[in-house]
Design a protein around this ligand. Structure first.
Ligand code: TRP
Length: 438
């Protein structure tokens, strides 16, 4: 079968970063840091990302690019004769789980675009925080409105996946990502300049380690997986469309850096405002939606910036959900030999139906949200490192990251990566998973 390929290295980077940067950075990271004590959580998160998860990103990238095939086939090909396609099946499950709540949050972003265009925030300029909270409650409630926005979000995701990877995403994200970045920076600056913002900056940058509990480790690990898009095949699937001449270590590292930078700036956009308005950083998943509109209501040109921000939030989300849907679609296309169109329609319908449960009940929403990040993704990651480090011949990995010896890296760095993949990552992930789940 003739497979699609990314046109350029920059295209790969933008698509990967597009997958990584999403609601995880702008919505999930701020509220998790809010409920886990701020700076101490960020430090833990950074350690998780750069020590543990970056080598895992290499692993997913390697398996995908080596095999140039879908998630399920990839795991039976990379280590022939092993029965490890189970890792792929777990990944599929993870993709379904995430797609069952992610589009709900995506739907809220469309709802907020509509509100912003109607100048609703401006009209609430002097309103107390409780009213913004109430607006968010209304958005979340199970209603025709929330069902419609959820559906619209899924349909748009499907529409883009239908158009294929190369021409759609690659070209589109090329200018959306920089714009997104710029907007978050503008909002961060505005937020930092609010009177009373200092307390928010302290919260972000002055660690208070007494806040760290066993749960904090699990949250930080789960968030690192979630934000980097690892553990359920998005990176693997995109990597399967990457040419053999590309530099895996460079592309992975830049993806992780971009993603982390975004998360930190998102924190700087949100926390100072939370503190400036005397709101609680620990309010959970509503943080972004209940708090940001307050800033927009007050800031000069806020109505316009609000429109732009929620459009961009939506686009950041879509460039991520596309990478999840593509996981499912590529499996169906290659395993069942269906056309892309048929595969997209079927998978979209399935995700839509499962997603309705998350619109309906916030308990179900929370379950999918937490269970996928804190159980399925780390479990998928654990199996992945064991698979790459032990089940398959580790030399395949080394061969692949060096492009068969053509690229050269510091010997100690490569040894370190090998140590992380074979020993450190399995050990730590297993420990945190067991401690967190039991
Ligand atoms: N990383 C994306 C975000 O932060 C979400 C995402 C896309 C994802 N693909 C994934 C999470 C695969 C886990 C696994 O919004």
């Amino acid at each position: 079968m003739n497979r699609d390929h990314f046109g350029s290295s920059f295209g790969v980077l933008v698509a990967m970063a597009g997958s990584a940067v999403g609601l995880g950075n702008l919505w999930r990271f701020p509220y998790l840091m809010g409920t886990n004590g701020g700076a101490a959580f960020i430090i833990l998160y950074l350690v998780m990302v750069f020590v543990l998860c970056l080598p895992l990103l290499y692993c997913e990238f390697v398996v995908g690019r080596r095999t140039q095939t879908n998630l399920i086939t990839a795991f039976s090909q990379y280590a022939p004769g092993s029965r490890w396609s189970i890792v792929g099946i777990l990944g599929l499950l993870g993709a379904f789980f995430i797609l069952s709540f992610y589009p709900v949050v995506g739907g809220w972003s469309i709802d907020y675009i509509v509100r912003a265009i109607g100048f609703e925030f401006r009209d609430m300029a002097a309103a107390p925080a409780a009213e913004f909270e109430q607006m968010f409650q209304q958005t979340m409630a199970f209603s025709p409105r929330s069902l419609i926005f959820h559906f619209v979000y899924i349909a748009l995701t499907a529409f883009i996946v239908l158009a294929g990877i190369r021409d759609g995403i690659e070209r589109y994200t090329k200018w959306m990502m920089p714009l997104l970045f710029l907007m978050v920076v503008v909002i961060a600056i505005r937020s930092i300049l609010l009177p009373g913002a200092q307390a928010g900056l302290d919260f972000l940058f002055k660690p208070d380690f007494s806040q760290i509990t066993g749960k904090t480790f699990l949250d930080a690990l789960g968030q690192a997986f979630f934000s980097l898009s690892i553990g359920c095949g998005s990176i693997l699937t995109y990597a399967s469309y990457v040419k053999r001449s590309e530099n895996i270590i460079k592309l992975s590292s830049m993806t992780a850096l971009t993603d982390t930078l975004f998360a930190i700036i998102a924190g700087m956009a949100i926390m100072p405002a939370v503190f400036a308005y005397g709101l609680s950083p620990g309010e959970g998943p509503g943080l972004l939606y209940a708090v940001l509109p307050r800033i927009f209501a007050e800031m000069p040109m806020g109505s316009w910036i609000a429109i732009l921000f929620f459009i961009i939030l939506f686009i950041a989300a879509v460039t991520s959900s596309i990478s999840l849907l593509e996981v499912l679609v590529s499996v169906v296309i290659e395993k069942l030999r269906w056309s892309r169109k048929k595969a997209v329609i079927l998978m979209t319908l399935v995700c839509w139906v499962i997603g309705i449960f998350s619109v309906w009940s916030s308990e179900i929403f929370d379950f999918f949200n937490n269970f996928s990040s804190n159980v399925i993704l780390p479990l998928g990651g654990l199996l992945l490192v064991i698979y790459v480090g032990w089940v398959a011949d580790f030399r395949i990995f080394e061969d692949e990251i060096t492009n068969a010896g053509r690229l050269h890296y510091n010997r100690f760095y490569l040894r370190w990566v090998r140590f992380v993949i074979r020993y450190l990552a399995p050990l730590i992930i297993l420990t945190i998973l067991l401690a967190g789940v039991l």
